[in-house]
Design a protein around this ligand. Structure first.
Ligand SMILES: [Ca+2]
Ligand SMILES: [Ca+2]
Ligand SMILES: [Ca+2]
Length: 186
């Protein structure tokens, strides 16, 4: 069973994925999220990064729909999503392939200069993943969030630091953990 805070975070995540806010997650939401991110990152269509991320996004939807869309109507409701998350969070293999796989594709897209780390500037692109309304608040504390993720204080976020943040953001039931800052529940 999901803990109370986890459930709250999963609901937040649902709202973030429901890009057009109609109460269902569909392929359109995934494509819209990708397009907003691609636009913000100035990814040009046809480039390898663009294609890889778009393919990853569609794969994410396909795998989500396969396991979460219980009545198979092409829409994932919040209840379907929570039931699904309950299973994923408690299954490390599924979690790594679905959630962390997606996070890694975004890390690669954010890492503009391809040095395997994210600078503060590169990290700012992360806000494009949030709903426009939510992104405002996040913009303000980017620097603070960046510093708390950059554990060794070298001014860069490594791949591991980024992926750990994702794991923590979903799995942790500690309200004070850094991962909560990206799902902004506190
Ligand atoms: Ca939607
Ligand atoms: Ca459904
Ligand atoms: Ca970089």
């Amino acid at each position: 069973m999901l803990k109370k805070l986890q459930k709250k975070k999963i609901t937040k995540m649902f709202n973030a994925l429901d890009t057009n806010g109609n109460g269902f997650i569909t392929l359109d939401d995934f494509i819209a999220q990708f397009e907003r991110f691609a636009g913000q990152q100035k990814l040009e269509s046809g480039t390898p990064e663009y294609n890889a991320l778009r393919a990853e996004q569609i794969k994410q939807w396909t795998s989500l729909q396969l396991v979460a869309d219980a009545n198979n109507d092409g829409e994932v409701t919040v209840d379907e999503f929570i039931n699904y998350a309950d299973r994923v969070v408690n299954n490390p293999d599924a979690f790594e392939s679905y959630m962390v796989g997606g996070a890694e594709a975004y890390f690669n897209a954010l890492d503009k200069n391809g040095d395997g780390t994210l600078s503060l500037e590169e990290f700012k692109g992360f806000s494009a993943l949030s709903n426009p309304g939510e992104a405002k608040g996040q913009e303000a504390n980017h620097e603070e969030v960046f510093k708390s993720i950059d554990v060794n204080g070298n001014g860069k976020i490594s791949r591991d630091e980024f992926l750990n943040l994702f794991r923590e953001s979903v799995l942790s039931d500690n309200i004070n953990s850094t991962g909560n800052k990206i799902t902004s529940v506190n």
